[in-house]
Design a binder for this molecule. Structure first.
Ligand code: FAD
Ligand code: 2HG
Ligand code: ZN
Length: 480
């Protein structure tokens, strides 16, 4: 049996290599290594072949050959995902990384749409839109390396969801290679189309379990003419919500980003990120990074923001604030926010949660979850930050201070993951929340999903999976 399986694998790999040509694959361990480890180094993957196809036709051929030989196929983008969704898990896996499919196929200015291949890096799409005086609003810390195919497959969130919605809301059409190798051309560019089930939504957020996305038509928007960015020192998360409600009213509903950051995050960033500078003169327990974007050209937005912050200060809602006076200052403020993930790494082992609760319940979530984990692991360092305006908090925990270099301390902390997850996710569920607001399920939360999703919901998901992928070859072991 083993020989038949080995022969089948060797034959399939030889056929795939012949389709791709020498530039389109690698089986060299050193070259494969970056594709096999995940961003957080929580898993070490294994694969038979890393494929780097250059066209939809090549992806379709790989999948068809893989399907015939019943080989696991794992799609991969920039490999910045936080829950192991792109990690190949068995040695016969064919990993399909889309990075060579990075062409912008078309930009239709009057339809406000851009057609891109799945391997386009997010920042390159933002830049292409800007070159046409348009905005593609999806924005997240990993935008310099994540690919749109990964964003679509995780239904990524990021910092502009308040105004523009999740990735799902930015998509007009998709092209997908199905698990049997057929190509579904759903690259429509329509804003209205009620001809039955909206199939594209099944692939958005599916984490590569239903097919390989090879291209997409994305919505573009007018570029805001004025952007104002403020960093605000506040007392607590409850003040943040009051501030958001005021800001929305005072700005004429032009708040595009509203991020909550506890002091502990800035302490990490200032300690580890070269060039980072303390944003305000005094320390504050909590901060908000807020951005308004609008159409007025005469400085009115800034005046309105100054007035709004002044009134909020009089009402006791904020303690100090600075409004960026230049693009350079704005970028420096965003660098502080976007460096939180990187700065957590040198602080040792981490246990991360990506939860959503109704916006109004964020303060209760943070205080209950913080008290509970501090009781469970004395000395644990809580970093509860993120997209508070969406009710999405990254409730990230770093091991107690001083043990980052101590392997035993790291291991002991990591060993608490299961217990800590149960505590945090139980509180999340009690507040009517979700255990994955934006990063997805992948490998990380797969075992937990059945505890938090209804039996009927899971049954429908399994039914869909079987219908699309009866042999279970497409990103096996992820999500379900
Ligand atoms: P990968 O990690 O390569 O893959 C992710 C999943 O998508 C896997 O399951 C993979 O199999 C699947 N996949 C990838 N490409 C395809 C394809 N073409 N077809 C089918 N399936 C595919 N996420 C947020 O939502 N919001 C944030 O604010 C945010 N900030 C981040 C900041 C930092 C510093 C980092 C490191 C990560 C952050 N993330 C954030 C997580 C991550 O960047 C996103 O999940 C991103 O969308 C993943 O894109 P990727 O190309 O790296 O995908
Ligand atoms: C962000 O918003 C990421 O910065 C969080 O989604 C990443 O949990 C993390 O470190
Ligand atoms: Zn996030």
């Amino acid at each position: 049996m083993a020989t038949i399986a080995a022969t089948r694998l060797a034959e399939a790999l030889a056929r795939i290599k012949a389709v791709l040509g020498p530039k389109g694959w690698t089986a060299e361990p050193a070259e494969m290594a970056p594709y096999l480890a995940d961003e957080r180094r929580l898993w070490q993957g294994r694969a038979a072949l890393v494929c780097l196809p250059a066209s939809t036709k090549e992806v379709a051929a790989i999948v068809q050959i893989g399907a015939e030989a019943r080989l696991p196929i794992v799609p991969q983008g920039g490999n910045t995902g936080m829950c192991g969704g792109a990690v190949p898990q068995s040695p016969d896996t064919v990993l399909v990384n889309l990075r060579r499919m990075n062409r912008i196929r078309a930009l239709d200015r009057l339809n406000d749409a851009i057609t891109v291949e799945a391997g386009c890096v997010l920042a390159d799409i933002q830049n292409a839109a800007e070159d046409a005086d348009r905005l593609f609003p999806l924005s997240l810390g990993a935008e310099g390396s994540c690919q749109i195919g990964g964003n679509l497959s995780t239904n990524a969130g990021g910092v502009n969801v308040l105004r523009y919605g999740m990735t799902r809301e930015l998509v007009l059409g998709l092209e997908v290679v199905l698990p049997d190798g057929r190509v579904w051309d759903g690259l429509g560019a329509l804003r209205k189309d009620n001809t039955g089930y909206d199939l594209k939504h099944l692939f958005l957020g599916a984490e590569g379990t239903l097919g390989v996305i090879t291209a997409a038509v994305l919505k573009l928007f007018a570029r805001p003419r004025t952007v104002e960015t403020a960093l605000i020192g506040i007392r607590d998360p409850a003040a943040a919500l009051e501030l958001l409600a005021r800001a929305r009213a005072d700005s004429g509903d032009t708040v595009v980003a509203f991020e909550l950051v506890p002091r502990a995050c800035f302490d990490f960033v200032l300690r580890h990120i070269p060039g980072a500078v303390d944003p305000l003169a005094a320390r504050h327990d909590w901060y908000v990074l807020m951005e308004w974007a609008g159409g007025d050209l005469g400085g009115a937005l800034r005046e309105r923001m100054e007035a709004s912050l002044g009134e909020a200060a009089e009402a006791g809602l904020l303690r100090d604030a600075t409004i960026a006076a230049s693009d350079e200052q704005r970028n420096a403020l965003w660098r502080l926010r976007d460096s939180i993930t990187e700065s957590q790494k040198p602080e040792g082992a981490s246990i991360k949660h990506d939860v959503a609760v109704p916006v109004s319940r964020v303060p209760e979530f943070i205080s209950r979850a913080t008290a509970a984990v501090e009781r469970e692991v004395p000395g644990v360092r809580v970093l509860a930050f993120g997209h508070v305006g969406d009710g999405n908090i990254h409730f990230n925990l770093s091991q107690p201070a001083g043990g980052a270099q101590d392997q035993a301390a790291r291991t002991a902390f990591t060993a608490r993951t299961h217990d800590i997850n149960a505590i945090v996710h139980t509180i999340t569920a009690e507040l009517g929340g979700s255990i994955s607001a934006e990063h997805g399920i992948g490998l990380l939360k797969r075992a937990e999903l059945p505890h938090y999703k209804s039996a009927i919901g899971l049954d429908l998901m399994r039914t869909l999976k079987r219908a699309f992928d009866p042999h279970g070859i497409m990103n096996p072991g992820k999500v379900l």
